[in-house]
Write a protein that binds this ligand. Structure first.
Ligand code: SD4
Length: 291
């Protein structure tokens, strides 16, 4: 029987899961835990896929996408957010303190200032350097499993057995200006149903959106699949589409069910998740389909 509380996140993010688990351990709730966990990566300038230090779009602008969902099915999101490190906190405010689910661009940024967040330059020297190097050739194609894939998606179950999730990213490196991915789209990048479980996605967002991936995983669990089986089925759904170019892109899912069982699966090797449970922080390599 899985031990509660637990937290699981995409990729190798031990500091993020640790921060989240600390809250859960002290009888905190899952919503506070996922926000706190995501904030660790947003503030970490060495993570070039999330928050401050994220790689910019083709024009050199860092634009963030994030969302959050609670045990009651409430959700909030921000898309194309500039100059604010903690996109996940803005998403939470949208959820809790506005009549809306999603704020975009300038409106999201103004709202962030209104709730007291500070304007920051998100483009670090090292991300600027990487962008300048990319500009020499300006080749844009999805790249598998390298530094432009470590978006954080996090799921937590607290001691009460309640589930929440959050997701935050600077999106695909060198995306077109204005591009929004799956990560702030409820049902695609993240979905929580407190009766069933939750799921978050990472990888090439366009492909996750096309199959409404996270909602699909939760619905498959509702029909009786384990989190592992549900993640596998959702990945298969992507690769069996006619003319799918799946050999050239990555998608990974992690999921948890109400019983605290977890699963993860990806198209390609090297997707991993970090799970903190029973006082232990563990990095788990996900199984994958292209062998
Ligand atoms: C996106 N899904 O914007 C995100 C990117 C990602 O690790 O997951 N990177 O498409």
């Amino acid at each position: 029987i899985p031990v509660l509380p637990l937290v699981i996140a995409t990729w190798n993010v031990p500091n993020a899961t640790k921060a989240a688990y600390k809250i859960l351990e002290n009888n905190g709730n899952a919503l506070d835990a996922v926000e706190a966990g995501c904030k660790v990566e947003e503030a970490d300038i060495t993570n070039q896929s999330v928050g401050k230090g994220g790689l910019p779009d083709r024009d050199g602008n860092v634009t963030l996408d994030a969302c959050i969902m609670d045990k009651n099915g409430n959700c909030g999101a921000v898309v194309y957010l500039k100059n604010i490190t903690h996109a996940v906190s803005v998403a939470r405010h949208v959820m809790e303190n506005t009549p809306h689910v999603m704020l975009a661009g300038k409106g999201a940024e103004e709202y962030a200032y209104k709730i007291g967040l500070k304007k920051e330059n998100l483009l670090t020297e090292s991300s600027k350097k990487a962008w300048k190097k990319w500009k020499v050739e300006s080749k844009y194609k999805p790249i598998i499993n390298i530094e432009n894939h470590d978006t954080i998606g996090m799921l937590a179950i607290d001691k009460n057995g309640d589930i929440s999730g959050a997701c935050t990213t600077s999106g695909l490196a060198y995306k077109m200006g204005g591009r929004v991915g799956d990560s702030p789209i409820i049902g695609a990048g993240l979905f929580i149903d407190n009766e069933i479980g939750g799921c978050v996605a990472t990888g090439l967002g366009e492909e996750v959106v096309k199959t409404v991936g996270s909602f699909l995983v939760v619905e498959l669990m509702r029909q009786g699949k384990t989190p592992q089986e549900a993640c596998e089925e959702a990945i298969k759904r992507i690769i069996k589409k006619p003319n799918s170019d799946y050999k050239n892109f990555q998608v990974g899912y992690i999921a948890v069910n109400k019983a605290g069982e977890t699963g993860s699966f990806a198209i390609h090797q090297w997707f991993s998740s970090t799970k903190y449970q029973d006082g232990k922080n563990e990095n788990i390599q996900a199984d994958f389909i292209v062998k």
